[in-house]
Design a protein around this ligand. Structure first.
Ligand code: SAM
Ligand code: DTB
Ligand code: SF4
Length: 334
């Protein structure tokens, strides 16, 4: 094992984030397996070289179309194939979405993320989606959407509407993917990511841990993300929220230290990306979240709800930020 004196910013041959930089499973695994103190020290050094360590970006989520999804993602409350008890809703109206977005902006969010439980958007919904992007942008916030698979034309139209980010997670390793989702493939995910990237929209792409995957799968997921033609600008790391009625309802929770290792590794492998401590914060102690921020997480979802599940809420987050001396990040800023 490497000792703390060896723990420099990056052990790979090419500079991290450089165009020629390729991660191998072995190099990534070696960092992942460092003694914990060496790992988070290296992550913190990397973090400080690229960001203000005391600023965290705030994003707000809204489910603009909930439930009834034809896909079979084993973790998801919104799949029509699982008996989660969630009823399906229609696509929200633009004015309702803009009213919610205004509230989020006034509460300090700088990015507004709108999610729909679709396999992919239908043509009949595109005009509404585009009006939502234009309206949220006019409020002065960054816009993000997650609508399932996109073809090239759809990605281009969303770009023209002013969409800043598209969220599309690879969720786990290529190898473990078929254990979690059977209605689409890992390659389908990569195709949409390429369509989004080619359109000029920034990528928000990460995954979930705590789905019964092997630690090797967690590292492999980060290797895929870091080796994309360009790493995603945002990397959400979700801790599984077990949902009753889904196949993963009784999954063994991930060891908090193993979770922090993932955050640290994501920070080291994608030094200039925002690493988002995403789903699962209600099940984390303040101390665990503090360790995640120390390991390089610098973005969170704020508000009482994510898409369908609970989130800590504004009061808990402001109290935690006060205790840690963390300030919200300005828009586009560090
Ligand atoms: N339907 C779209 C799609 O799958 O691309 C967008 C919405 S989907 C709910 C967005 C992401 O939320 C998923 O890719 C997954 O990573 C995360 N997610 C969903 N349910 C979750 C859960 N129960 N726990 C943790 N993360 C979850
Ligand atoms: C992401 O990676 N996490 C967010 C966002 N992208 C869309 C979603 C979390 C969903 C958690 C479960 C729920 O609220 O239903
Ligand atoms: Fe549908 Fe997305 Fe949930 Fe999968 S994760 S079931 S695609 S809403």
């Amino acid at each position: 094992m490497r000792s703390s004196t060896e723990a420099g910013p990056c052990p790979a041959a090419e500079p991290c984030g450089g165009p020629e930089h390729r991660w191998t499973q072995e190099t990534a695994q070696a960092i992942h397996d460092l003694p914990f103190n060496d790992l988070i020290f290296q992550a913190q050094v990397t973090h400080r070289a690229n960001f203000d360590p005391n600023r965290v970006q705030l994003s707000r989520l809204l489910s603009i179309k909930t439930g009834g999804c034809p896909e079979d993602c084993a973790y998801c409350s919104q799949s029509a194939r699982h008996a989660s008890g969630l009823s399906a809703s229609r696509l929200m109206e633009v004015r309702q979405v803009l009213a919610e977005a205004r509230k989020a902006r006034d509460a300090g969010a700088t990015r507004y993320c709108m999610g729909a439980a679709w396999r992919s958007p239908k043509e009949r919904d595109m005009a509404t989606i585009i009006a939502m992007v234009e309206g949220v942008k006019a409020l002065g916030m960054e816009t993000c959407m997650t609508l399932g698979m996109l073809d090239q034309g759809q990605a281009q139209r969303l770009k023209q509407a002013g969409l800043d980010y598209y969220n599309h997670n690879i969720d786990t390793s290529e190898q473990y993917y078929t254990q979690i989702i059977t209605t689409r493939s890992f390659a389908d995910r990569l195709d949409t990511l390429a369509n989004v990237r080619d359109s000029g929209i920034k990528l928000c792409c990460g995954g979930i841990v705590g789905m019964g995957e092997h630690p090797l799968d967690r590292v492999a997921m980060l290797v895929t993300l870091a080796n994309l033609p360009e790493p995603p600008e945002s990397v959400p790391i979700n801790m599984l929220i077990p949902i009753d009625g889904t196949p993963l309802a009784d999954a063994e929770p991930i060891d908090p230290i193993a979770f922090v290792r993932m955050i640290a590794l994501a920070r080291i492998m994608m030094p200039r990306s925002h690493v988002r401590l995403s789903a699962g914060r209600t099940a984390m102690s303040d101390e665990m979240q503090a360790l995640c921020f120390f390991a390089g997480a610098n973005s969170i979802f704020v508000g009482d709800t994510l898409l369908t599940a609970d989130n800590p809420g504004e009061d808990a987050d402001s109290a935690l930020f006060r205790r840690l001396g963390i300030q919200p990040m300005e828009r586009d800023g560090h």
